[in-house]
Design a protein around this ligand. Structure first.
Ligand code: URA
Length: 235
């Protein structure tokens, strides 16, 4: 017997946290009855329905790394019918992105149908480091650089980079490398906005220990078993 939210997450339907929300909101039925109790245990013979759709208990897990191009959204579908990164991966199985990159952000993003791993990687307490290269408008003064290095408060919570370095200075813009363990939406843009610099271009170069290697924009590859096991170690 396993907890209902874990069974839902394990099918790759969604993350464990999202599964818990669905249960609490009365969207999950077990053997035809709505269940809102998070501790409910189920086994393989139970019929689970989520939002009135029977949960397919597919076992094959997929793990992809994509070099996201600009102009794609990081979700499975878009109400404005924009291109999604899931469309770039040629498989039938229902996979979804681990976290998000903005529409105009490029670089490394993972896609999987493993809800358990998604949960581990996106949970703030596991502090998975993510490295971004930001091209910003104007030049950072030394004072601004040290303010960022010491940490800035964004929406009542302090963000202190694990690492920050100016990679290149040009006449009216800097290229800055920044590593953070945060996953809040638009966080890198907000960090630079806090010292009055707009981000003109943003690329994620590293996710945990993973780097893009020689993946070109729009290309993807499956992760190896060794890489997946190592990602599980972030727990
Ligand atoms: N921070 C941002 O501002 N945008 C992203 O896409 C990722 C992190």
């Amino acid at each position: 017997m396993e907890r209902l939210q874990k069974v839902i997450a394990n099918t790759g339907f969604t993350s464990r946290r999202k599964a818990e929300e669905l249960i609490k909101n009365g969207k999950v039925k077990v053997n035809g009855k709505i269940v809102t109790e998070l501790g409910t245990k189920v086994d393989a013979s139970d019929l689970i329905e989520v939002e009135n759709k029977v949960l397919e208990k597919t076992d094959r897990k997929y793990y992809f790394m994509l070099n996201k191009p600009r102009g794609y959204i990081s979700s499975c579908e878009d109400e404005k019918n924009r291109k999604t990164i899931v469309d770039l991966i040629g498989i039938e199985a229902r996979i979804y992105p681990v976290g998000r990159l903005d529409y105009d952000t490029t670089g490394l993003i993972l896609l999987t149908n493993d809800g358990e791993l998604t949960n581990i990687l996106t949970h703030p307490k596991n502090e998975v480091p993510k490295t971004y290269i930001a091209k910003i408008e104007g030049n950072l003064t030394l004072e601004e650089f040290y303010r960022l290095k010491k940490g800035v408060v964004i929406e009542n919570r302090k963000v202190t980079p694990e690492f920050i370095k100016i990679r290149k200075k040009s006449e009216n813009s800097d290229i800055v490398e920044i590593t953070i363990v945060e996953g809040r939406n638009h966080i890198v843009k907000k960090i630079f906005e806090s010292v009055n610099h707009a981000v003109i271009k943003l690329k994620r170069e590293k996710y945990g220990f993973l780097t893009l290697g020689n993946l070109e924009s729009g290309e993807y590859r499956e992760l190896s078993i060794k890489e997946v096991k190592k990602l599980y170690n972030y727990k």
